[in-house]
Design a protein around this ligand. Structure first.
Ligand SMILES: [Zn+2]
Length: 377
């Protein structure tokens, strides 16, 4: 269902009469109800084990090279799947929405995910649901506690947005011998203020990020964050680039300013590497979950039950990983140019819908075996 991007269990069971299923499963495809019910019973540790095997095989075949700066990153991020006023389950999170007709309780689910980011690839490692009554950080800590021993050499640094610039995250990752890098926003006013005033008296370094001209400030040894056990370094990047306005064809200068807080030592990651890593955090938005949601229907509620929601999310992640590994590493560049990812997904779907009812002609004796059908090929 995910590989063919069908989007629903009902679309999947409409392919039930196809011979693909009896050949592949050796049995009939179960009904949508059964598939949903089974998803509530699946042992998620087993699914995570399959994901770990995918990682191990890709890593052994050297399909996961690090970027030029040499540091492999794991991006931590929370994602809200769906929100509703009507149906809720025991795993639903609740918030109050102020409407014109009064306050209403809205139900939703959020998962925190961990995704590896390398030179020209990404791999979704794991996800953990946020439970009722806890915050997103609590779910992230559970995810890290599981993933750090499972993937001890998969990454050097955990990247995250401003929400994760939290002493609990910094201390948990640092205690396991890894580094953290998070966006620094005004949720840490003392640290931000401290960094700003120190940077005012420091000359910037020149640098580039893609087509952007940058000014960097980089200082280590901050003590304004006493609850963090690790040494703290703050990097500021002021980035300038120009765009041509469609309306009048004039070039217009654009600026953006970033602050990152990290445990990475300057000897391990020079300023340019920090900026590269800081921007890589957005890969999870642009590549990971965006792809899962927009192309792979990972947000669809296949069954509104906490285990089933996690199982379908982990299955979607697994399928996307396997699909991208095939697309990026097995297909030759010319084949990738000729066939988009969607095109390949539709070829997978075509196999589900295809009807091969014509018996294959017998090959004359002594001739090389010929495939019975394009599907068998
Ligand atoms: Zn629910």
């Amino acid at each position: 269902m995910f590989l063919a991007r069908l989007g629903s269990l009902n679309a999947l069971v409409q392919t039930r009469p196809r011979r693909f299923w009896s050949r592949w499963l050796g049995a009939e495809l179960p009904s949508a109800d059964t598939l949903g019910r089974v998803a509530t019973q699946i042992e998620v540790a087993g699914l995570r084990g399959v994901q770990q095997q995918v990682y191990t095989r890709l890593n052994r075949s050297q399909a996961l090279p690090p970027p030029a700066h040499g540091l492999l990153a794991a991006v931590l991020d929370g994602h809200e799947s769906h929100a509703t006023f009507r149906r809720h389950c025991r795993g639903c999170l609740t918030r109050t929405i102020h409407t014109l007709t009064g306050d209403r309780s809205q139900y939703y689910h959020r998962h925190v995910s961990l995704q590896l980011v390398g030179a020209d690839w990404m791999l979704l490692l794991d996800a953990e649901p946020q439970r009722p009554g806890e915050d997103e950080i609590a779910a992230a800590l559970r995810l890290l506690a599981r993933a750090l021993p499972l993937y001890p050499r998969a990454f050097d640094v955990v990247l995250a947005d401003g929400l994760y610039a939290d002493p609990r995250v910094f201390n948990a990752v640092w205690a396991q011998g890894k580094d953290v890098l998070a966006v620094l926003k005004d949720n840490h006013p003392a640290l931000l203020e401290d960094a700003r005033s120190l940077f005012e008296t420091t000359a910037p370094l020149g640098g580039r990020y893609g087509s952007r001209t940058c000014q960097y400030w980089d200082l280590a040894g901050f003590t304004t964050w006493p609850r963090v056990a690790a040494p703290i370094r703050v990097v500021r990047s002021l980035e300038t680039w120009s765009v041509r306005r469609q309306l009048n064809g004039q070039r217009e200068e654009q600026h953006t300013e970033w602050f990152w807080v990290t445990t990475l030592a300057p000897t391990r990651a020079p300023t340019g590497a920090i900026v590269q890593l800081g921007h890589a955090r957005w890969t999870i938005e642009n590549e990971g979950f965006n792809m899962l949601v927009n192309g792979w229907y990972a947000d669809h509620v296949y069954r509104h039950e906490p285990t089933a929601l996690l199982v379908f999310l982990l299955l979607a992640m697994l399928c996307l990983n396997v699909f991208l590994a095939f697309y990026r590493r097995d297909l030759k560049p010319a084949a990738r140019q000729a066939a988009s990812r969607l095109h390949v997904a539709r070829r997978v779907a075509a196999e589900l819908y295809a009807v091969w009812t014509v018996a294959a002609p017998r090959a004359p004796p002594g001739s090389p075996a010929t495939p019975a059908s394009p599907a068998a090929a």
